[in-house]
Each structure stands twice: as structure tokens, then as C-alpha cells.
Design a protein around this ligand. Structure first.
Ligand code: NAP
Length: 248
């Protein structure tokens, strides 16, 4: 395929699975991360072995200057970005809403919402035919939390993902005639490290019996959905949110 795919938060979990699958399909990949350089470099190595170009770029998506530098670096090293996967996301320890502190909300919204906004804005500025670009695709990674609400766990996180759903619908319609498709995937409970940051590493196992398919999802299953939305097979799909949650 030979596209340039930029994936935020790709040093592990769903982002890393998406990077490896994109490489397997022949795309060049940019692997963004914030902290774990070794993990990001391991994903780069796994992609290069498949014969594509791959780079790791450290950038906090919540930092506007860092996001601008991220896009410039990727463009310099791999060429113009064809696909943005807005995947970087965080959550904090599970607790009731009335126990949460405002600094937690600011950090969460900065990464999950402002970070996704910044990356989407930079992608549109570069991809839009209105600005001389040749089009592209943006896939935002939301969550089933946006419709479940995550009571008693992280209502703040769920609300941040609802913002991603609305970004997808509004931006998708806004740039639909400019060669850019904007879609989102809402994963359910997926086997990644993110649940440990919520304080419950075994959360997927606890919730699996309540999932209609009676299991948690594999990051690769989400990666396949992301890359389908980014592909020409989804050429008439935009401003759309797709659930990948085992029926949850
Ligand atoms: P994960 O395993 O915790 O990985 C998160 C990734 O994001 C890491 O590569 C991390 O890199 C990176 N990251 C964190 N903060 C960042 C920042 N400020 N700037 C750039 N990168 C940052 O998470 P995951 O489970 O794969 O989740 C990926 C996405 O799927 C998230 O948006 C999450 O909300 C969503 N999701 C996950 C599930 C699930 O059950 N796993 C369900 C629904 C939705 P460093 O470690 O280097 O910082």
C-alpha cells in the first residue's frame, strides 16, 4: 500500500498492534510515544523487519509545540502523512466522581481531548485539498465508555471519549468534501496495560463474563478495525463511529 501512517501512543497496546499490522500490510509507520523509548524502538524494529520504513517520535500529544514538531519530523523522515490514528489516551485510578480532583481532570482532558484535537487539526492542515494536500484518513480511538459512562470507575474518562465521538462526527462532516475521511473506533475491554493505570490489572478478566461474546478483545482485533476504516475498503464511510466491543 505504501502509505505513511502516524499512530499516536504506539509504544504498546492498541497503538503498537496497529503499527505492526500497518507495517505487515506495507505501510510506512511513525510510532509516537511519551515515555518508554525502549518499547517504541522495539515496535520500530518489528515494523522494519517487515520491510517498511518506521520511525519512533517522542512527543506529548497534549503539547502543541510537540505536536507541530511531531508532524514536521514524520513528514521529513517518511513523507506526507496519509493516515492519522489518534490513539494516545490515558485514564486514572478508579474512583467515584465526587472524590476526583481538578488536576486529574485537567491532565486527562489535555491528553485525551486536546491531544486528539491538536493532532487532528495538524492532519487536516496538511491533508486537506483546501490547503493543497492530497487527502487522507483520520481514525480516532474512542471507547465503549462513551456510551456506558463508566460509573464508579472513571466517569471523567468516559466523558473525554464522548468528546472524541463528537469530534469525529463534526470534523468528519466539515472536511468530507476536502478528501479527508474522519471515523472512530470504540473498543470495549481490551487486553492492554491501560487497566493497570486504573488500579485494576485484572479488569478485563473481571468484566469478560458480562461481555456478550464472553471475552475481552485482543489489541489486534481493534487494529484491524482501525486499519479497515483507514483503508479504501471504507471509502464511502466518514463521520462514523464503529463499535469493536464484543457486543458490549
Ligand atoms: P496503553 O496500553 O496504556 O497504551 C497507551 C499508549 O499511549 C502508550 O504507547 C503511551 O506511551 C501512549 N501515551 C500516553 N500518554 C501519551 C501522551 N500524552 N502523548 C503521546 N503518547 C501517550 O493503552 P491502550 O489500552 O492501548 O489504549 C489505546 C487507546 O485505546 C486509548 O485512547 C484508550 O483510551 C483506548 N481504549 C482502550 C481500551 C482498552 O480496554 N484497552 C478500551 C477502550 C478504549 P508511553 O508509555 O511511552 O507514554
Amino acid at each position: 500500500m505504501g502509505r505513511v501512517v502516524l499512530i499516536t501512543g504506539a509504544s504498546r497496546g492498541i497503538g503498537a498492534a496497529t503499527a505492526r499490522l500497518a507495517a505487515e500490510r506495507g505501510d510506512d509507520v511513525a510510532i509516537n510515544y511519551t515515555r518508554d523509548t525502549d518499547a517504541a524502538q522495539a515496535v520500530v524494529a518489528a515494523c522494519r523487519v517487515l520491510g517498511v520504513r518506521a520511525v519512533a517520535v517522542c512527543a506529548d500529544v497534549a503539547d502543541e509545540a510537540a505536536v507541530l514538531a511531531l508532524f514536521d519530523t514524520v513528514t521529513d523522515e517518511l513523507g506526507a502523512v496519509d493516515v492519522l490514528v489518534n490513539n494516545a489516551g490515558i485514564l486514572h485510578r478508579q474512583m467515584r466522581f465526587d472524590e476526583m480532583r481538578v488536576d486529574r481532570w485537567r491532565e486527562l482532558l489535555d491528553v485525551n481531548v486536546i491531544g486528539a484535537f491538536l493532532c487532528a487539526r495538524e492532519a487536516v492542515r496538511r491533508m486537506s485539498t483546501r490547503h493543497g494536500g492530497s487527502g487522507g484518513a483520520i481514525v480516532n480511538v474512542s471507547s465503549a465508555a462513551s456510551y456506558l459512562g463508566s460509573p464508579g470507575e472513571y466517569v471523567d474518562y468516559a466523558a473525554s471519549k464522548a468528546a472524541i465521538d463528537t469530534l469525529t462526527i463534526g470534523l468528519g462532516k466539515e472536511v468530507a468534501s476536502e478528501g479527508i475521511r474522519v471515523n472512530a473506533v470504540r473498543p470495549g475491554v481490551i487486553h492492554t496495560d491501560i487497566h493497570a493505570s486504573g488500579g485494576e490489572p485484572g479488569r478485563v478478566e473481571r468484566l469478560a463474563p458480562s461481555v456478550p461474546m464472553r471475552r475481552g478483545g485482543d489489541p489486534l482485533e481493534v487494529a484491524r478495525t482501525i486499519l479497515w476504516l483507514a483503508s479504501d475498503d471504507a471509502s464511502y464511510i466518514t463521520a462514523t463511529v464503529v463499535d469493536c466491543a464484543g457486543g458490549r
